[in-house]
Design a protein around this ligand. Structure first.
Ligand code: ASP
Ligand code: MG
Length: 406
């Protein structure tokens, strides 16, 4: 007997038919002799609808009431799913976040989980009851409803799995796993059988939108094994788990790309102590996240500085930077929003040489110019012109032997 936590996303519970088929899968897991705790999202589109309603009644809804509103989507699905299971002859019981309770801090709309009481859930499981919990929501110590940020049900599921020391946390979604790259761009992309937490964090932050990033951080911290799989079939999905030796034999596990950044340059910056702080502090103060930063070797006491920010912040970043550039006596600024960042990711890089040069050679063979480079232990990223995104991803996918063999 195992304790299985299953999480079903919005598309998996998007219609009454889908809820029925999810109930059948839960019933099968229970009939196999497992204890089952289920976390559900709202029906697909519902949370967006609620957010839009809030914005219709007022421009800046209070955060407390925002959470009261957007958490209701999950109240609908836990009840429907429990009813469905009961009508099939199973004992099932639903819980809101506040009923479990799942205690969070009081940062509305992006609350962090502080603790989870497992007493009621354990008592139900002992009575052979299937427990259905609302994802995405919690309650702060004073009793106000909180939510964990969009996509937060993944984090609810992993946190509950950690609290219960579950054997596995299955995340059911509308794709059947994590792929070596976006299969819509590269049809030869392969499903990854097993990926380390570190690699998944890099993939997630680079736009592989399968799991909320925070859920992977949580899983890593508490050693929860995540199984990402499809609720539409029975195929084995992707295991997100601790790094092992086998993973290191693979040079590159995946190729990610991100078209959401813009590049800003400050030209002819005086090469003196304190200048970088003068440039980047005002950006931080305005909550603009800077990703890559490159500073050229200086010549004649001047240097060029280039960095990337989210495209949506690039106008504001320029407005902030221009007066700073003037004040420090720089020659000028420029920006480019038509860029994309291509990254190769793999824990195998730690122990193998020549990965970067293979990446650069592959891009150069196609005449793709590299504008910026950054590296970490398990990732190499290149900024290129966005019109070459697809070509670059395809070429690298092939160069690192990721194409599916047919
Ligand atoms: N329903 C919430 C959302 O759409 C939480 C989730 O689905 O994970 O963001
Ligand atoms: Mg999701």
């Amino acid at each position: 007997m195992a304790l299985v936590v299953q999480k079903y996303g919005g598309t998996s519970v998007g219609t009454v038919e889908r809820i029925r088929s999810v109930a059948e899968r839960i019933a099968r897991t229970f009939d196999d002799g497992n204890e089952v705790v289920v976390i559900v999202s709202a029906m697909s589109g519902e949370t967006n609808r609620l957010v839009a309603l809030a914005n219709e009644v007022c421009e800046f809804p209070s955060e407390r009431e925002y959470d009261v509103l957007v958490s209701t989507g999950e109240q609908v699905t836990i009840a429907l799913l429990s009813m469905c299971l009961q009508s099939m002859g199973y004992q099932a019981k639903s819980y809101l976040g506040s009923q479990i309770p799942m205690i969070t801090d009081s940062t509305h709309a992006k609350a962090r989980i502080k603790s989870i009481q497992d007493k009621k859930i354990r008592a139900d499981l002992a009575q052979e009851t299937i427990v259905i919990c609302a994802g995405f929501q919690g309650v702060e110590e004073n009793g106000a409803i909180t939510t964990l940020g969009r996509g937060g049900s993944d984090t609810s599921a992993v946190a509950i799995a950690a609290a219960l020391k579950a054997d596995v946390c299955e995340i059911y979604t509308d794709v059947d796993g994590v792929y070596t790259t976006d299969p819509r761009m590269v049809p030869e992309a392969r499903k990854i059988e097993k990926i380390s937490y570190e690699e998944m964090l890099e993939m997630a932050s680079l736009g592989a939108k399968v799991l909320q990033i925070r859920s992977v951080e949580f899983a890593k911290k508490y050693g929860v094994v995540i199984h990402v799989r499809s609720s539409f079939d029975d195929s084995q999905g992707t295991l997100v788990t601790k790094e092992d030796e086998e993973m290191e034999t693979v040079l590159v596990s995946g190729i990610a790309f991100n078209k959401d950044e813009a590049k800003i340059s400050i030209l002819g910056v005086p090469d003196q102590p304190g200048i970088a702080a003068q440039i980047f502090s005002p950006l931080t103060e305005s909550n603009i996240t800077v990703d890559m930063i490159i500073q050229n070797v200086s010549s004649e006491g001047k240097t060029d500085m280039t960095f990337t920010v989210p495209k949506t912040d690039s106008k504001m970043a320029l407005q902030i930077i221009e007066p700073v550039a003037q004040a420090i006596g720089a020659r000028g600024t420029s920006s480019d929003t038509a860029i994309s960042k291509i990254s190769i990711i793999g824990v195998g890089m730690r122990s193998h040489a020549g990965v970067a040069s293979r990446m650069f050679e592959s891009l150069s063979k196609e005449g793709i110019n590299i504008e910026m480079i950054s590296t970490s232990e398990i990732k190499i990223s290149c900024v290129i012109s966005d019109k070459y995104t697809e070509l670059a991803v395809r070429v690298l996918h092939e160069a690192f032997g990721l194409n599916r063999e047919e």
